[in-house]
Design a protein around this ligand. Structure first.
Ligand SMILES: [Zn+2]
Length: 342
């Protein structure tokens, strides 16, 4: 079985080698004896990994000769045993790490029910595994006349590597949102930063929207599944206005605008919902989701999300959830408007 020779991993190993050498040269002499041993040992391991890469045996489990999990190599390029070959204690330690990662990730999520002026927002976040590659955030403005920003995205891939990029998106948008940029500029800047900091071939689709006054909504979509606007006249799709984040540094985005009347909702979802498979392998699909949402026009965001999810579950009929699922409903609520105007 051929070894892994991903240029990114080689670059990571070489970067670690440089950092270790610098750390070693900066260690004060009196501390050097103890620290230097572990640094030199690590340097040796990095050198051996580069050698294995040159020989074409990097990324192969030294016990069973199977292929190492790429996301584990991304997290730690010195890994030499596949998951199946770890000892029970090592597997337990890994599980504890994952549980901690999951807690950290959940801690980054916004509150599941949010009221903002005459709007009500609710979402459900369902990872397929312990951690998720779905990204979901609601950024409430600090100024009273500011816009609320909602974000829903999906990092390509699953598991730990995707969840790391999800936390990266979270930190990036939280910082950029405070600049008060127009949404198209916000996404252009986020895309550039994401391109410069991610591994080649890693990308994310994302919808970023702003809620303004009098039912006004702005939406920018970086290659994400169409948002569904649920009105009494039916369900309308709002499609992508640019390419996924992380593909080209020069990507441009345009803003779509919509105005929601009272009781109308915008439904956002990740492809774990639209591509959910039933036992027979049939895909749920965006049209099925549109029908499920259309039947629930005027329902509260909680009811809309729960109703659509139960429709998806019915379609899947007990099949294992294969991908992370997130569903968010943003409603201009007549009930909220009444209390907001009081
Ligand atoms: Zn193995």
């Amino acid at each position: 079985m051929a070894g892994v020779t991903d240029p990114y991993l080689r670059e990571q190993l070489e970067k670690r080698r440089r950092e270790l050498k610098t750390a070693l040269s900066l260690t004060p002499t009196d501390e050097r004896a103890a620290t230097a041993v572990s640094f030199v040992d690590l340097l040796h391991k990095v050198d051996q990994a580069v050698e294995r890469m040159d020989e074409g045996t990097y990324g192969i489990c030294e016990n069973c000769q199977g292929t190492l999990e790429k996301e584990r190599l991304i997290a730690d390029p010195l890994v030499q045993l596949c998951l199946d070959c770890l000892s029970v204690e090592e597997q337990r330690a890994l599980e504890r790490d994952l549980e901690l990662a999951s807690r950290i990730q959940r801690g980054l999520l916004p509150q599941t029910d949010l009221r903002f002026r005459d709007w009500r927002i609710h979402y459900r976040y369902k990872p397929a595994g312990v951690v998720s590659g779905d990204y979901c955030d609601l950024i409430v403005p600090s100024a009273s006349d500011g816009k609320l920003i909602f974000l829903l995205g999906d990092v390509a891939g699953k598991g730990v590597a995707a969840s790391l990029l999800m936390t990266h998106l979270h930190a990036m948008f939280r910082s950029l949102a405070s600049l008060g940029l127009e949404l198209d500029k916000l996404l252009e800047m986020a895309n550039r930063l994401f391109c410069e900091s991610t591994i080649a071939g890693q990308y994310a689709t994302l919808i970023c929207g702003g809620i303004g006054r009098d039912g006004e909504l702005e939406i920018v979509s970086a290659g994400h599944n169409p948002a569904l606007l649920v009105s009494k006249d039916g369900v309308k799709q709002i499609g992508a206005t640019g390419l996924p984040l992380g593909l080209f540094t020069t990507s441009r985005y345009t803003v779509s605008r919509a105005r929601l009347d009272l009781n109308e909702s915008l439904l956002l979802y990740t492809d774990g919902i639209s591509e959910a498979n039933g036992v027979s392998g049939s895909e749920y699909g965006i049209s099925a989701l549109s029908v499920a949402a259309g039947k629930r026009y005027g329902w509260t965001p909680q009811e809309l999300v729960a109703g659509c999810l139960s429709d998806v579950e019915q379609h899947c009929a007990g099949a294992r959830q294969a991908d992370d699922q997130t569903l968010m409903a943003i409603q201009r609520s007549a009930a909220a408007a009444a209390s907001f105007n009081d």
